[in-house]
Design a protein around this ligand. Structure first.
Ligand SMILES: [Zn+2]
Length: 167
């Protein structure tokens, strides 16, 4: 009913610091975003962030997080200085909850509703570009993307049907 209502919080991360240039009209309502990362997240699965009269509140509006923990295998064991650069860069991303290293593995805990693995990997690649050695294995990445998309589809389905909608 509130078709004229303006979202002044970013619908993805709920930060109130929005960018007026990042505007998207979804189902007749204008939404402003804090960053292009959040805008992209919204565009791929809008119903996770905005509810509607038929299906009620969205997953995000119910204040739920979808925490994921992923292992990203690096090509070599990296030194503490490199860990520091990678870690700081990742933690500056929206939606990253925790970063830990174990030998060649980097473990990232993140909220799937706020950040995609693609964005995380892009961030690592950008950091790695200036750091010799630490590069991702492409094959593993493909598999990870696949499972993440499956997870989101399941979530979307649950959110839409409210879980118990049978007739
Ligand atoms: Zn945001």
């Amino acid at each position: 009913m509130n078709k004229l209502e303006l979202t002044i919080h970013c619908p993805v991360c709920h930060m109130s610091k929005i960018n007026r240039d990042l505007l998207l009209n979804y189902q007749g309502v204008d939404h402003y975003f804090c960053s292009s990362q959040c805008l992209k997240r919204f565009q791929s699965h809008p119903h996770l962030y905005v509810g509607d009269p038929q299906h009620g509140l969205s997953v995000k509006q119910k204040n739920q997080e979808v925490l994921k923990r992923r292992r990203i295998r690096l090509n070599e064991v990296i030194g503490d200085d490199v860990k520091k650069v990678l870690g700081e860069s990742l933690l500056a991303l929206m939606g990253i909850r925790e970063i830990t290293f174990d030998q060649q593995d980097l473990f990232v805990t993140y909220d799937l509703l706020e950040v995609s693995l693609e964005t995380i990997e892009k961030n690592i690649e950008d950091s790695a570009a200036s750091l010799r050695g630490a590069v991702l294995e492409n094959l593993k990445r493909g598999l990870i993307h696949y499972s993440e998309e499956c997870q989101l589809d399941n979530l979307a389905h649950l959110s839409k049907d409210g879980g118990y909608h049978q007739r």
